[in-house]
Design a protein around this ligand. Structure first.
Ligand code: A3P
Length: 293
């Protein structure tokens, strides 16, 4: 299968589509030997699967003394991307960061730091049903200045199904991670279960991280992480991300936060085509998704 990106804004790094304006090969090359500590936490997602949501939860969980902290600290700075060397990180050697180091990443399992496979450090994989991912991703393409604006939803959906987008194939991403999960200290959680019962999800995450968090703090974290509250929190809603990256006139990052919005976008024919590809590609993995609530 040809996975050469057809989108001018992308490039392929060791088989994985990344963004030309955002990701740099010399820095990516260093990640294989990124020294892992026991206390490291990596939240892994395919794009548009709830990355910022998990970022915000992790940030609040670890820096609970800062629950009402200054809004000047963006969630994306508290829990930075592993694969992006943002200006704020340029002069910062990860080796000098205080523990626990929290990261998010879209990287496939084969590009993760080698040390993680010794089950040092923890991985939380957040998955979302791929129909809603495709819709959210489509809107994000219209909004992001680093990605090619799709000519139509139909055209975008074909590219998504072929893995010709940032993050490559959704199917490969989840399948590869799932197949290799035993090699990591690994938690699998879905966007849909977080929508259904955020409190239960927060408790599940804190248990996995071995954290003792009292009920009141759990309630506070849950309250701060609802869609409504994150949407109006400038440190979490991407409003502060410079105009060079996002065209704030063309969209919002915290768009709908729903399960099943794909029904407002897919035609019957597109849905049948999607189901066919899904059944074929997912037949060897025992994963189920909630497609509508
Ligand atoms: P929609 O475009 O469907 O609204 P990512 O951070 O991986 O890019 O994912 C973004 C998606 O997660 C967007 O989906 C966004 O609205 C949703 N999201 C972010 N925070 C959320 C929250 N607290 N509750 C529900 N959905 C949330």
């Amino acid at each position: 299968e040809d996975t050469t990106p057809v989108d001018y804004s992308l490039f392929q790094y060791k088989g994985f589509n990344l963004i030309a304006n955002l990701h740099q090969v010399p820095y990516l090359d260093t990640l294989e030997n990124f020294g892992i500590r026991d206390s490291d936490v990596f939240a892994v997602t395919y794009p548009k699967s709830g990355t910022i949501w998990m970022q915000h939860i992790l940030g609040l969980m670890h820096y609970s003394n800062d629950l009402d902290g200054p809004v000047s600290k963006l969630t994306v700075q508290v829990v930075p991307w592993l694969e992006v060397q943002l200006p704020i990180r340029k002069n910062q050697d990860p080796a000098t960061l205080t523990s626990p180091r929290l990261h998010v990443t879209h990287l496939p399992q084969h590009l993760m730091p080698k040390g993680l496979r010794k089950k040092k450090g923890k991985v939380i994989y957040v998955a979302r049903n791929p129909k809603d991912v495709a819709v959210s991703f489509y809107h994000f393409h219209n909004y992001s200045l680093n990605l090619e604006t799709p000519t139509s939803f139909h055209h975008f959906l074909e590219k998504f199904l072929h893995g010709q987008v940032f993050g490559s194939s959704w199917f490969d991403h989840i399948k590869e991670w799932y197949k290799h999960k035993e090699e990591f200290d690994f938690l699998y959680i879905t966007y849909e279960e977080m929508v259904k019962d955020l409190r239960a999800a927060v408790v599940k995450i804190s248990n996995f991280l071995g954290k003792q968090i009292d009920d009141r703090t759990i309630e506070t974290i849950v309250d701060k992480c609802t869609f409504k509250n994150m949407r109006c929190n400038p440190s979490a809603n991407y409003q502060m991300i410079p105009k060079a990256f996002l065209d704030h006139k063309k969209g919002v990052f915290m768009r709908k936060g729903k399960v099943g919005d794909w029904k407002n976008h897919f035609t019957v024919a597109q849905n049948e085509r999607f189901d066919e590809v899904y059944q074929e590609k997912m037949k060897e993995v025992p994963l189920d998704f909630i497609w509508d609530i």
